[in-house]
Design a protein around this ligand. Structure first.
Ligand code: GLC
Length: 730
């Protein structure tokens, strides 16, 4: 291994050429013309390796090295060891045409430095912050053998029973569209041939987040209207920003599994969105077409996948086992393989892998990671992602307060969340460690576990609580209860955590509840027992420092929810931009037949989209709308003054929504169409102005996006339920 390290250290890292699209296409075509059919098919295959971190059903990696030597592998997934990657890359370069491998990995919310899970980060509404986090992530990943990450995840989510809401940007299309661009810019830096950037893969195309019942991998049924109105825009934004790969999702669309869905992969992706990048399957999703009952055997899987437009098959070997036969017996045109192979080769040329196949391989990745400034940015991101849901004034608390730190997260370091990339939870300090380090008078007791029905430590917890001024109750779900294949039917705090909280509340002391989870939990009952709730999601490597600074006022919470919190599981799905229905919940009066509602709970979520508290106090005034629309152009200027009427400097996320009063289709009560984050000193006022154009008001109908003339209500405010309204005609 020392020899390999020496060779890696000797790799020359000269500046790689930035080639035009035409040059890349020409080089790829020139190479394709030299390739045999087997070699072309090999480029369509993503293999695992026996050191691959498996993120799905097990696979046979016994032939990986042999296949690489024959030029029969295009890319490798999830291989953390740079020395092994180096050896495999050398094998690939020794093959007849020496086409380099592409190394892919799931670097979802941080590489070695863990950032907040994506749902948390989206609550910052901060594109610049996300770009900075992704740039750091790309730097660490590009110095540890990653050429491409399977990120950003752009699924819209409406169901917190689904464990994967933690890696999404929440329930809103417009927000996800803007954040998608920030992810691509941060990872790629418009410099794919650079040494510090990595390529991206937008996923999961498309509709995976609509799985029935929030049960992972379950069926999906979505109209073409909803596809175009709500689900496609974030993907289009990612492609427009230069994202070169898209991953098909496990689900079906209109009855046909997405991975073999010609309408989605050719008509929509290629013809409508003009996407010219690589379409990769999700992990064995091609082979799973058999389980869907939509193919009769592996050969049929290969036939349906290539004709539908799948370019690169992850792990499942239908292409390398059957495509050659399908072509030689005339069932598949070789042209289809050529097109797919060209896209893979073009991606490798764009990345500069033909110029330097070892560009992202280093013998010592940790030397480039976990720098102080990275950890500082992770802390900054964490303080801007935690959402303050309740606060009766107990927060921020003074540093001389005596704290009883109780709950399963009191002294626990698994704070990264699912999809931890190359992070190590041992790099995370626990809350106890930081509270002590930073000089708080703190007594700690878990009091209970996460899921165990064990009451035996309640007494110990209650005893320390009696001695202290404030109880900080650090609770939630453990990391393995969210993420992929972790759907939940109940969304309460697991185990006996709620019982422990109830016992603590009997002491009559102020309780600050910190909730760690990858999804919205049901807080309806337990919120009555506490004086403050800070929703901490999974905030990454610097979680505990960030929380200390938020609780003591060094940092001021500013995040706002991007996913509604249900009042009860039975209320799911609940989201702010729902359609009014013919019997809208907002009609005056309580005529039971005229309200789409539940008779046993309120008709609103517990906490709505766009909601979050601050230690500052913001007031809105002078809301004005100037409609400059003419017959040739739509232009509406919306302005509002935002004043910080407190003595605490803070950030306010100003939100703008529209409502089409009468349209050619039924449109949501509210649609987020602009937002801005404004920093305000004590007693400072800033005037925020948004310029709305035609795109703000258009919607999808009959294969087109159109503008309906007519009346629109314009809303501005601090959340989706606290708004001022003006009405315009365009
Ligand atoms: C997983 C996930 C996908 C991930 C892929 C590779 O099953 O669905 O998000 O990128 O497989 O690990």
């Amino acid at each position: 291994m020392e020899q390999i390290k020496r060779e890696l250290d000797a790799v020359k890292r000269n500046t790689l050429p930035k080639r035009s699209v035409a040059e890349v296409k020409s080089l790829a075509q020139e190479l394709l013309n030299k390739m045999t059919l087997e070699e072309k098919i090999g480029q369509l295959y993503q293999s695992g390796h026996d050191s691959t971190e498996v993120t799905g059903p097990a696979f046979d990696a016994s032939k990986t090295v042999e296949n690489i030597s024959k030029g029969a592998v295009g890319s490798i997934i999830g291989l953390n060891d740079n020395l092994i990657c180096y050896q495999l890359q050398k094998k690939a370069l020794e093959s007849r045409l020496g086409i380099p491998l592409l190394f892919c990995a799931d670097i979802i919310h941080g590489c070695f430095t863990g950032f907040p899970v994506n749902l948390a980060l989206s609550c910052s509404f901060d594109e610049k912050l996300i770009e900075e986090c992704c740039k750091i992530t790309a730097y660490e990943a590009s110095h540890s053998g990653v050429d491409l990450t399977f990120s950003p995840m752009l699924d819209l989510v409406h169901d917190p029973r689904w464990g994967r809401v933690m890696e999404s940007n929440g329930e809103d299309t417009y927000l996800s569209t803007r954040l998608a661009r920030a992810y691509i810019r941060g990872y790629q830096q418009d410099n794919l041939e650079g040494y510090d950037s990595i390529a991206t893969c937008a996923k999961h195309y498309i509709g995976y987040g609509l799985a029935e019942g929030g049960r992972d991998y379950n069926s999906v049924d979505m109209s073409k209207y909803r596809l175009h109105e709500s689900y496609l825009p974030p993907f289009k934004a990612a492609f427009d920003e230069g994202c070169p790969m898209v991953m098909t999702s496990f689900n079906i669309f209109d009855g046909v599994p997405v991975t073999v869905n010609k309408y989605l992969l050719r008509d929509v992706l290629r013809d409508e969105l003009k996407f010219d990048g690589v379409v990769i399957s999700d992990y064995t999703s091609s082979g799973e077409v058999l389980n869907h009952g939509a193919a009769k055997d592996d050969k049929d899987v290969a036939y349906k996948s290539i004709t539908a437009g799948l370019d690169h098959e992850m792990i499942y070997p239908s292409y390398i086992n059957h495509l050659k036969e399908l072509i030689l017996n005339g069932e598949v045109e070789e042209r289809l393989v050529d097109e797919a192979c060209l896209r893979v080769l073009e991606l490798k040329y764009k990345l500069g892998l033909f110029d330097n196949p070892f560009k992202h391989l280093y013998s010592n990745p940790l030397d480039y990671s976990m720098k102080e400034e990275f950890l500082a940015k992770a802390k900054d991101a964490a303080t801007k992602s935690a959402v303050l849901l309740e606060n009766d004034g107990v927060l921020p608390f003074a540093k001389d307060k005596k704290i009883a730190l109780i709950g399963p997260y009191a002294d626990y370091n698994s704070l990264i969340g699912p999809w931890g990339g190359k992070t190590d939870i041992n790099d995370c300090k626990t809350l106890r460690e930081v509270f002590e380090e930073r000089g708080l008078d703190v007594l700690t007791s878990n009091g209970c576990g996460f899921t165990e029905m064990d009451y035996s430590h309640f007494e110990e917890a209650i005893e320390i609580a009696k001695k202290q001024d404030i109880i900080v109750f650090a609770c939630g779900e453990p990391r393995n209860m969210s993420g992929e294949a972790a759907s939940r039917a109940y969304l309460d705090l697991p185990g006996v955590q709620e019982e422990l909280l109830h016992e603590l509340s009997k002491l009559g002391k102020p309780i600050v509840m910190l909730v760690f989870a990858g999804r919205p939990l049901i807080l309806t009952k337990i919120r009555k027992h506490v004086n403050a709730i800070m929703y901490c999601w999974f905030l990454g490597t610097s979680t505990s420092d960030a929380i200390y600074e938020l609780l003591t006022g060094i940092a001021n919470p500013s995040a706002k929810l991007t996913m509604s919190f249900p009042y009860a599981v039975g209320q799911i799905p609940v989201y702010y931009n729902a359609l009014p229905t013919g019997r809208p919940k907002t009609l005056p009066g309580i005529d039971q037949f005229y309200h789409s509602r539940y008779i046993d709970i309120p008709n609103t979520p517990l906490y709505p989209f766009g909601y979050g508290l601050s230690y500052s106090k913001f007031e809105y005034s002078n809301f004005g709308v100037v409609n400059n629309t003419t017959k040739d152009k739509v232009e509406v200027l919306v302005s509002v003054d935002v004043t910080n009427v407190s003595e605490i400097k803070g950030d306010e996320i100003v939100q703008l929504y529209i409502h089409a009063v009468a349209s050619s289709v039924s449109r949501p009560y509210l649609e987020l169409k602009e937002f801005a984050k404004v920093a305000l000193n004590p007693n400072e006022t800033k005037r925020v102005t948004f310029k709305l154009t035609k795109d703000t008001f258009t919607h999808y109908l009959n294969d087109n996006y159109q503008l309906d003339k007519g009346k629109y209500e314009i809303f501005v405010g601090t959340s989706s339920t606290t708004l001022s309204k003006e009405t315009i005609e365009i």
